[in-house]
Design a binder for this molecule. Structure first.
Ligand SMILES: [Zn+2]
Length: 386
């Protein structure tokens, strides 16, 4: 199956070291990117799907590094259906679970939590809501887990741990041991950084984050309450892990993280999430809003801020999406400057704090949505020609 997208205005690459690529045309075969560049130099014959971008910007589909899914496209947390479909309309094509913690009656015994993790991994592997890739099956560690439990889960397909600290394990020594067992079997880990999120959860301070040594510093800007500034700065200085900034956190702490990471030349470690569904609800445009917020208030060129939302996350999370690169998944968002938004072009309008208008999303080379029902309307829209 051959996808040809022509008349692209600009290509954002997802690569923070080289964020804008030359070219007006991109080709994908069987759901993988094969080439891009000037249309006249490419073999555009024989397309099964032909999209005329009409001059809009193409970027790798956005990634939400921190969600709390439960089952299918339903969240019991706010009794909401189709929140993932709505998120697709915000340009997000990949979601990563930080724990299926809103499952009513979530099992906390070891056998039960393992069973749920494996089941959750399976039900999102077998069913992609609106085509969106949901990486789920992220167990929350509890006391009593042993090394063989992590091996069993890994053998069964579990690749993620939910946020350390949301279960009974709240001391760094036990958490570190379990995170190391997880890592040994190829399971990636994250941690709840900051104050309690809802009644029943607890404080995780910088010392605990450092002692535990997860692969991702989950919501470094709090979810909701942020750590004191000196602890956030310490985490930025000390961690080689991904520094995850979320929509449902403290925005001032988000900017502190961004500015500290920039001073330390660590912008490649910055990744974005929403932390929804949660008490703040779901945020279909949450990732776009973070890109615009960090770009405008943090003085980051918009093409760099988009990398926080696709390429950086893909690299930190070892996913085959999020970058314009041969062989990567053909997952894209096509967008343009919103109607009547200030700025000379899409990037300038985002850097002025405005959301772009999404005109199309594509996953695995297949068009999944056309004009977004959620973003402001774009000036120009891509069109399926054939
Ligand atoms: Zn959390």
């Amino acid at each position: 199956m051959k996808l040809v997208i022509k008349n692209i205005g600009q290509i954002l690459s997802g690569k923070i070291e080289d964020p804008i690529f030359e070219g007006d045309c991109l080709i994908a075969i069987d759901g993988k990117i094969t080439e891009w560049g000037k249309e006249k130099d490419l073999d555009t014959e024989g397309a099964d799907t032909l999209v005329d971008a009409h001059g809009v910007t193409l970027a790798p589909g956005l990634i939400d590094s921190h969600i709390h899914p439960v089952v299918g496209d339903y969240t019991p947390r706010q009794q909401q259906l189709h929140w993932i479909d709505s998120t697709l309309h915000g340009g997000v094509t990949t979601l990563i679970s930080a724990g299926e913690v809103h499952m009513p009656g979530r099992p906390k015994d070891v056998v039960g939590l393992k069973a749920m993790a494996i089941a959750a991994q399976r039900w999102y592997e077998n069913f992609r809501p609106s085509g969106v890739k949901v990486h789920a099956g992220a167990p929350v560690i509890e006391h009593g887990m042993e090394e063989h439990d992590f091996k069993e889960m890994a053998d069964a397909g579990v690749k993620l741990l939910g946020e350390v600290g949301l279960g009974t394990v709240k001391d760094g020594k036990t958490a570190r041991q379990m995170v190391e067992w997880a890592r040994k079997y190829g399971i990636q880990s994250t941690i709840h950084t900051g104050g309690p999120s809802i009644p029943g959860s607890g404080l995780i301070d910088a010392d605990m984050v450092l002692e535990t040594g997860t692969d991702v510093v989950g919501h470094i800007n709090g979810g909701h309450s942020a750590l004191p500034d000196d602890q956030i700065i310490c985490l930025c200085e000390s961690c080689k892990a991904a520094l995850e900034i979320v929509h449902n956190g403290n925005e001032r702490a988000a900017l502190l993280t961004l500015n500290t990471a920039r001073e330390l030349d660590k912008l490649d470690q910055v990744i974005l999430g929403t932390d929804g569904p949660a008490g703040s609800g779901v945020q279909p445009l949450g990732i776009m809003r973070m890109v615009a917020m960090l770009s405008s208030l943090g003085n980051v060129p918009a093409e760099i801020a988009f990398c926080f939302a696709n390429g950086n996350t893909a690299r930190q999370r070892e996913l085959d999406v999020g970058l314009i690169e041969q062989g990567k998944s053909a997952d894209f968002v096509l967008m343009d400057q919103a109607q009547h938004a200030p700025g000379k072009n899409l990037l300038e309008s985002v850097q002025l704090g405005n959301l772009p208008g999404v005109g199309m999303t594509i996953i695995d080379g297949v068009v999944r949505s056309e004009r977004s029902r959620n973003t402001p309307p774009a000036q120009r829209l891509p069109e399926i020609i054939a």
